[in-house]
Unconditional design. Structure first.
Length: 296
């Protein structure tokens, strides 16, 4: 009888050790930090500023390098370049995680006094996502109302804002040179994942990103396409893909487009996934952030 009890105790202890080991492995696997940072624009004119911001989960230290010897240790801020040219901005988070941006600073141009004031901003974004709103034109005063608070939210020419609730909003920009506000309509979609960047959805998104990049790079289409279809999309080729919060395609058409990009070099930078509420094992939407440049 004692031997049976000892055997049961041994099994229980072994099972506990295995559970702890598995938990440690899962924590290590999903604990990779994803750098969530942005700059206000990848192309500006000399004299305009760059806004920089990081929202990486549980980050404590930031080191921004602006490609010309200047640095910043702040999480967010504003920076002006002294000379025109191409610069590579690099952010290091907590001394180990990095993200890079390229900004083109153009020589200054003379804006005509009668040029129209315009808004440069996306038409669609995600709840809690930082969105850049840029004023175009010549004016000394800029007043932004993003339609959520009912007050003036920013007085900068280029502003960054994150919506707390999904919905359709009318952004109003007022300047000293306009009689009536300039209006921009933006749709804020529900948040697609928890704020914790260790969420398994981010791992799924990265897996899909690798398959899409393989299609771009000319690797066999069918294995990569079918992998995503069967593993994540429940064989539904009509799952919507939102590209850069601007364009959209069904998944099949999007993947076919990746095959025929011609002399363009496309980098699939990020894929964010939205599960179906009624069938959590199937994805309902994909949000893809990608960049393209000419290969010549």
């Amino acid at each position: 009888m004692a031997k049976i009890k000892n055997s049961q105790l041994y099994i229980i202890i072994s099972a506990a050790v295995v559970c702890i080991a598995v938990a440690f492995i899962i924590r290590s696997f999903f604990g990779k930090k994803e750098v969530r940072a942005l700059i206000s624009s990848s192309e500006i004119y000399l004299g305009e500023s760059i806004l920089y911001l990081d929202s990486t989960y549980r980050a404590h230290e930031w080191f921004w390098e602006f490609g010309n010897g200047d640095v910043s240790y702040e999480r967010k801020g504003e920076y002006w370049y002294k000379d025109a040219g191409h610069y590579r901005i690099r952010l290091t988070v907590d001394n180990s995680h990095r993200k890079e941006f390229v900004v083109n600073v153009r020589p200054p141009v003379d804006l005509e006094m009668d040029s129209l004031i315009k808004i440069d901003a996306p038409k669609m974004a995600i709840q809690h996502e930082y969105v850049t709103f840029k004023g175009i034109g010549l004016s000394k005063q800029w007043r932004w109302s993003f339609g959520e608070t009912g007050i003036i939210d920013s007085r900068d020419k280029t502003a960054i804002y994150a919506y707390k609730q999904p919905g359709i909003y009318e952004v109003e920009l007022t300047t000293e040179d306009t009689k009536y506000p300039i209006v921009h309509r933006i749709e804020i979609l529900p948040e697609y994942m928890a704020q914790d960047t260790t969420d398994v959805l981010s791992m799924i998104g990265n897996d899909i990103r690798e398959k899409l990049q393989a299609i771009v790079d000319g690797k066999p289409f069918n294995p990569n396409y079918n992998y995503v279809m069967t593993r994540y999309l429940c064989n539904n080729p009509e799952v919507l893909v939102y590209i850069n919060n601007d364009k959209r395609n069904d998944f099949y058409s999007y993947c076919q487009g990746l095959k025929i990009i011609g002399r363009k070099i496309t980098l699939i930078e990020e894929v964010v996934v939205v599960p179906d509420e009624t069938r959590p094992e199937c994805l309902q939407r994909l949000y893809v952030r990608q960049s393209t440049r000419d290969s010549r």
